[in-house]
Design a protein around this ligand. Structure first.
Ligand SMILES: Cc1ncc(COP(=O)(O)O)c(C=O)c1O
Length: 419
């Protein structure tokens, strides 16, 4: 009999693991069990090779030189932009702006929108489960420009409470919400929020930092006006993120940083902005990183994002079952109880042992998990905790990794709470 849908293994993990050289490493004499991909994923050989190849054969600055090498570098950089556009279902590469990371992409929108004529409605709707990247830029603007901030609450099951959505949207100019919580794993009903935002005359930004790497993404289906995400969480390098924006908005909104490729003309008494997307890319961009990100997208696309999602859902279901069977009420997982409602991120409390202590004991067995507030302090307060332990899964994790985590937790309990 076929296993139920959320138990179906859809990736050949041993083959995937061979593509990630770092997974051959040992830590403290143990095989590396990497369970912190929500913080940053590991990189496959295809990405490392694409970046090496670029530096070894084609590096020059982009958009400036008229010699062959510069033209090849520019073509590779712009090809990467087209690859990103296709990956998120964008109508054209013109809406794809390369940034340093998701944080910078969100800051970009916060900065240019709040300075624009579009911001006549000076109210922004966020949620209680946002990462600091989608909170602090807005808190700064509240102080500096007097924006009003409202927050969608989170219920005890780790889901957004949308009962009051229409009332909260009254007078709002922009909504910015994460598609997947980096603490709870909750997959949010972004389309529903986007439709309500648009009906109320507001723009919709989606923080896709935890989503784009794990689920097939289409900006049209999400119904958003802006989407922000980072390359390093999706097998790409650090130092590159993406802001996709609706082209009419990017054209209308003011520039972000000044200098370099973002100008059409400069005089001593003024300047004219370049066309989009370059209007938002000041200074020498992350060229090798864009090429690495395109290689990461190629790698993930070859695996198939639907397979990535089913694999993670199956592994999350396996972990939830294993936690329940082995630890019962001694281990509490935050967030939705069903794997189908969440990504492969499991934040938990275990027998009152401090998450940092847990993480240290697990580290001595080669197991990397995250411990802390996960850059979501308001959510920690909502959960009534100072910190959680967090294990997060990706394409190279399998049941053996979950089993190692369970064994590590038993060892931690034996150490800190001996019978
Ligand atoms: C939900 C969410 N948003 C934004 C970010 C910020 O990403 P970055 O640090 O790559 O800018 C993160 C990082 O963990 C995240 O989990």
């Amino acid at each position: 009999m076929a296993p139920p849908a959320d138990r179906r293994v859809t990736l050949d993990v041993p083959t995937v693991r061979k593509d990630f050289p770092i997974l051959d490493r040992e830590i403290a004499g143990h095989r590396l069990v990497y369970l912190d991909s929500a913080a940053s994923s590991q990189k496959p050989r295809a990405v490392l090779d694409a970046m090496d190849r670029y530096y070894e054969t084609s590096h020059a600055n982009v958009h400036r030189g008229v010699y062959t090498l510069a033209e090849q570098a520019t073509a590779a950089y712009e090809k990467a932009r087209a690859t990103v556009a296709r990956f998120v279902g964008a109508p054209s590469p013109r809406g794809v702006v390369f940034t340093k990371n998701a944080t910078e992409a969100i800051n970009l929108v916060a900065s240019v929108w709040s300075r624009s004529a579009d911001a006549t409605a000076r109210v922004v709707l966020l949620s209680e489960m946002e990462h600091h990247a989608n909170l602090v830029p807005w808190l700064m603007l509240r102080e500096e420009r007097g924006l009003e901030l409202r927050f969608l609450p989170v219920d005890d099951g780790g889901r957004l409470v949308l009962d009051d959505l229409d009332r909260l949207l009254d007078g709002v100019g922009l909504v910015s919400v994460t598609a997947m919580s980096n603490v709870l794993g909750t997959i949010n009903p972004v389309r529903r929020i986007a439709d309500a935002a648009h009906a109320a005359g507001a723009l919709m930004m989606v923080d896709g930092a935890q989503y784009v790497s794990h689920l097939a993404t289409d900006v049209g289906e999400l119904g958003c006006d802006f989407l922000a995400f980072s390359g390093h969480k999706m097998c790409g390098p650090t130092g590159i993120g993406v802001l996709w924006g609706r082209e009419d908005l990017l054209e209308r909104l003011p520039a972000f940083l000044g200098g370099g490729e973002m100008i059409r003309d400069v005089r001593l008494d003024g300047w004219l902005p370049n066309e989009i997307p370059w209007k938002y890319e000041a200074g020498t961009p992350p060229i090798a990183e864009a090429i690495g990100l395109a290689a990461a997208i190629g790698y993930l696309s070859d695996l198939g994002l639907d397979s990535v999602r089913s694999h993670e859902q199956a592994l999350t279901a396996y972990a939830l079952d294993a936690f329940g069977e082995r630890f019962g009420a001694d281990l509490a997982v935050h967030g939705p109880p069903q794997a189908c409602d969440r990504g492969g991120v499991l934040s938990f409390a275990y027998r009152g042992i401090h998450p940092h202590d847990l993480s240290q004991v697990l580290d001595s067995a080669g197991i990397c998990i995250r411990a802390g507030h996960h850059c979501a302090k308001p959510l920690m307060r909502r959960l009534g905790v100072g910190a959680t332990a967090r294990a997060s899964f990706y394409i190279y994790n399998d049941e053996a990794d979950v089993d190692a985590l369970v064994a590590g937790l038993v060892a931690a309990s034996d150490l800190f709470l001996p019978a």
